[in-house]
Design a protein around this ligand. Structure first.
Ligand code: NAD
Length: 467
């Protein structure tokens, strides 16, 4: 499997290198050297300016590892496992966009539909300079298990564009979103595949995607979720992933005899998920003693006010220019802060074999997708850290996306309390189903969660006659 993946990637990279060459080398305008706009597609550009490697394995290898562990325990026959570990459909498209420098820049866009046995494909769209097929494939597979673990009627998908949105003007970002939708709309739709926000995208991007889809298909709010409220977005969707993180934390706290209101916590990544998780943890009475975003990290034993920091970030600020009296620390030292709960809420692979041993938390609740490599997971389990895995902990977003879709199909709106109450019911039920399975197996939560998800997908796929 690994060799096949490598071969496929090499083929894609070769194709990318042979692709259209606009603009010509040396002709780039103000956007040159900023992660896009080279003669090659942006995937190649990322290779020229390598980002620091976070983990010893890729996101895909992380998901593959956990699938393999669970498949073995479930004694899945090899032929069935082969179907389940591969994607149903992988689309790679070019996203040519004329930027403010007057030139056409070509980005790479991806949509991977992993498994649709339990319902339409569902998964976010990521705009980030490091997006590639391997990452999108991994995240799509993760969505298949996640939707099954929380038992909502969806399959798994993911999409992304290899672009750094922080380098684009708003109208350039809009052009990227619209161009991407034009290239992938044929494989999308409310009964087929429904995108949502992820890293680098938000409600505004979803509005543009919906509008572009509507030009071809008529007004179809159920074609994407995570939309702004006036465009039939769901109340409670923006906070949902962070809220789900905190809901499962509350269920998990007794496992380590922790009073949630007395807890100290650290958040890595203060975007949508991290900021909402932090605010809701603070509402419980917990204290944030460290926080990081892409600009750097700060720590304070007295606590950093999550509400005020969230306001500051919403106004365009960063964690490191927030005037709270907190001490600036090396971002690499964030993991070593003493705390009860560590919440990774940035990118994949940030807890790896080089830093896991330095962690001092008692519990980790994974807001991010694949933040922990298998080796780091092993180290943390040996240290006795209780881990609530991503496939369970960050499922709140897709659960409320499901509510949004249900509301859109009926053109009906639930109030926010109703959304939050239903979200809590699903997250609590899923937590206890996974925790019971883990106890039965005398194993940690992560393998138990994968087993539960895989079992449900196998049952649906075989009952339908797909496998
Ligand atoms: P976001 O873009 O809103 O926020 C990402 C945050 O991470 C930003 O604050 C960014 O500055 C920070 N960051 C980037 N690099 C960092 C680094 N090296 N160190 C520390 N911080 C860094 O994205 P988001 O929607 O909050 O998603 C965060 C994670 O949660 C991703 O892994 C995503 O896949 C996952 N997730 C998101 C949702 C959702 O509903 N948004 C749902 C499930 C899972």
């Amino acid at each position: 499997m690994g060799d096949e993946v490598t071969e496929e990637r090499e083929q894609e990279e070769n194709e990318a290198a042979d692709g259209p060459t606009v603009p010509q080398e040396g002709e780039s305008g103000p956007h040159s050297g900023e992660g896009h706009g080279s003669p090659d597609k942006s995937a190649k550009q990322t290779e020229e300016e390598p980002a620091p490697r976070r983990a010893e394995v890729s996101n895909y290898e992380i998901v593959e590892h956990w699938f393999t562990v669970a498949a073995k325990r479930l004694e899945l026959p090899d032929d069935i496992a082969a179907v389940l570990r591969s994607s149903y459909r992988e689309v790679q498209v070019q996203v040519p966009v004329r930027l403010g420098d007057g030139k056409v820049h070509v980005f790479s866009g991806y949509r991977v539909q992993h498994n649709g046995a339990r319902g339409p494909y569902k998964g976010g769209i990521r705009f980030h300079a490091e997006v590639d097929l391997d990452e999108v494939r991994a995240l799509a597979e993760l969505m298949t298990w996640k939707t099954a673990i929380v038992d909502i009627p969806y399959g798994g998908a993911k999409g992304g564009v290899n672009v750094d949105p922080s380098k684009l003007e708003s109208r350039e970002l809009e052009a990227v979103a619209r161009s991407f939708m034009d290239k992938i709309e044929k494989v999308l739709g409310p009964q087929r595949d429904i995108p949502a926000p992820d890293v680098g995208t938000n409600a505004q991007v979803m509005a543009w995607l919906m509008d572009e889809y509507g030009k071809l298909h008529g007004h179809t709010p159920a074609c994407v979720t995570g939309k702004p409220i006036p465009l039939e977005g769901s109340l409670g969707r923006e906070a949902a992933t962070g809220r789900g993180v905190v809901q499962v934390f509350k269920e998990a706290a007794p496992e380590i005899d922790l009073d949630p209101g007395e807890a100290t916590f650290v958040v890595q990544g203060f975007g949508n998920v991290g900021a909402w998780a932090a605010r809701l943890m603070q509402e419980l009475g917990a204290r944030m003693v460290g926080v990081a975003d892409a600009s750097g990290a700060v720590a304070s034993g007295d606590g950093i006010d999550a509400e005020e920091l969230a306001d500051h970030v919403r106004d365009g600020g960063e964690v490191t220019d927030f005037d709270s009296g907190a001490e600036q620390i090396d971002p690499d030292d964030l993991v070593a802060l003493e705390c009860d709960v560590f919440i990774p809420a940035a990118l994949g692979g940030m807890i790896h074999k080089e830093n896991a041993d330095r962690m001092q938390c008692r519990m980790m609740v994974e807001g991010a997708n694949s933040p922990t490599t298998p080796k780091a997971d092993e180290i943390l389990n040996d240290k006795g850290v209780f881990i609530v895995p991503d496939v369970l902990a960050n499922a709140g977003g897709v659960v409320v996306s499901y509510f949004e879709w249900v509301q859109n199909l009926q053109h009906f709106r639930w109030d926010e309390d109703e959304v939050n109450k239903r979200l809590g019911e699903i997250m609590r039920r899923a937590f206890h189903e996974v925790a019971d399975r883990a106890k039965e197996n005398s194993a940690p939560m992560r393998p138990a969660a994968y087993e539960l998800g895989i079992e449900r997908v196998v049952e649906a796929a075989s009952t339908r006659g797909y496998i």
